[in-house]
Every structure is written in structure tokens, then in C-alpha cells.
Ligand binder design. Structure first.
Ligand code: MN
Length: 206
């Protein structure tokens, strides 16, 4: 159980198995084309997390990371995939699918609450505590603090275990197929955001 820190790419031969990968990103903000991608976090569920940091002005030339993210045989687990997929495609040029999104799975099953944040979900499903204190910190600096590294790693630490809890709930409520269809649409949803339909719901009547 360790957090591994890398600059500009994953080392060769890391995370090259076939298991699903938990993925998260940290950026300079919420406006993808303005706010650069600073960090990609990945875990294969074995207990280690890998953090890949990108410097200001990075060329995002990260062949090992891109190959792992783009592998169509590996499911990528996210909490709110919509944002991460857009950031990854915009900066790294790959669509990091196929997808399982724990936020969507939560919304389709935990209909008794409107609290679908990662912290709430981790606490209810796994009884674990994560801190969100570093969420809105400066991810663009030359050094990430120990608190930032631990926060970044914790964002991918629980996604495999949560997927294992959420799939039976989706099955129980008869919504697994609908959830899968939503996951399959997420790359398009992210592309709609980047193409100018972020706020406009193309499915609405208006
Ligand atoms: Mn995060």
C-alpha cells in the first residue's frame, strides 16, 4: 500500500495488467479548456495509487499513461466521469473508456438521498472516512504537499470497492442495464460539454 509519484508519464510496465482502473484528475479549475490538467491519479485496486503530475507548459506526451487509459479492454472507474473524460481527452487526446461511474450508480440506486459526493458514498458504502479539504487547493505548483498527495490518492483508493457494492444494488433495483447505457453514453456527454452543450440539456423540450 503506497502512493507512487511520477512526473509527466507513468514508468514503462506500470499498471499493465487487465484489471479495472480507478481514475481521477486534478486540474486548475472547472473550465476544462482554460484550466489545465495538473494530475492524473490511477489505481488498479491492488492497494497502490499512482500519481502522474504535469508541469506548466507540458506537452502531455505521456505514451505509457495514454496507452493504459485508452485500452478498450480495461474498464475505468470514476466518480463523476463526465468531468475527467473531458479533461483527459482535451489534454491527453485519448478517450479513457469504457467507463463505470460511481456517481451515476449512486444516483440510480441511492434514491433516498441527494448526497452523492465521494465522501458521502465512501462513508455509507464502506464506512471509511476521506477528507475533501485539499479539493480546491492549488494543483499547479512545483511541489505537491503530503496532504495533497494523500488526498489525490484517496480519490481513487475506494472506487473498486464501491463498484463491488453498487453493482448488486443496481441489479437488485433492476437498473444495471440502464446504468450501463448511461456509462456507455458518457464519452459523448463529455464531448457535448466540450463542444458547447455543457449547460444545455439536448434531451429537454425547451
Ligand atoms: Mn479528485
Amino acid at each position: 500500500m503506497a502512493v507512487h509519484f511520477h512526473e509527466e508519464d507513468l514508468p514503462e510496465g506500470v499498471l499493465t495488467g487487465t484489471s479495472p482502473l480507478a481514475v481521477d484528475t486534478e486540474t486548475m479549475g472547472l473550465i476544462t479548456h482554460r484550466d489545465r490538467l495538473c494530475l492524473v491519479q490511477i489505481s488498479d485496486g491492488s492497494g497502490d495509487e499512482h500519481l502522474v503530475r504535469f508541469n506548466p507548459g507540458s506537452a502531455y506526451d505521456a505514451p505509457n499513461l495514454k496507452a493504459v487509459l485508452a485500452d478498450p479492454a480495461r474498464i475505468k472507474l470514476y466518480h463523476y466521469a463526465r468531468f475527467d473524460l473531458a479533461a483527459i481527452e482535451y489534454y491527453l487526446g485519448v478517450m479513457a473508456a469504457p467507463v463505470f461511474c460511481t456517481k451515476i450508480a449512486s444516483k440510480l440506486t441511492r434514491t433516498y438521498t441527494d448526497r452523492h459526493g465521494l465522501k458521502n458514498l465512501v462513508n455509507e458504502l464502506l464506512g471509511a472516512e476521506i477528507s475533501k479539504q485539499q479539493q480546491s487547493s492549488d494543483w499547479g505548483g512545483p511541489e505537491l504537499s503530503p496532504a495533497q498527495r494523500d488526498y489525490a490518492a484517496s480519490d481513487v483508493r475506494f472506487l473498486h470497492a464501491m463498484r463491488d457494492k453498487l453493482i448488486p444494488r443496481l441489479e437488485r433495483e433492476g437498473r444495471l442495464e440502464m446504468a450501463q447505457a448511461c456509462f456507455d453514453f458518457l464519452p459523448t456527454r463529455a464531448r457535448l460539454d466540450m463542444a458547447g452543450w455543457a449547460e444545455h440539456d439536448i434531451f429537454s423540450h425547451a
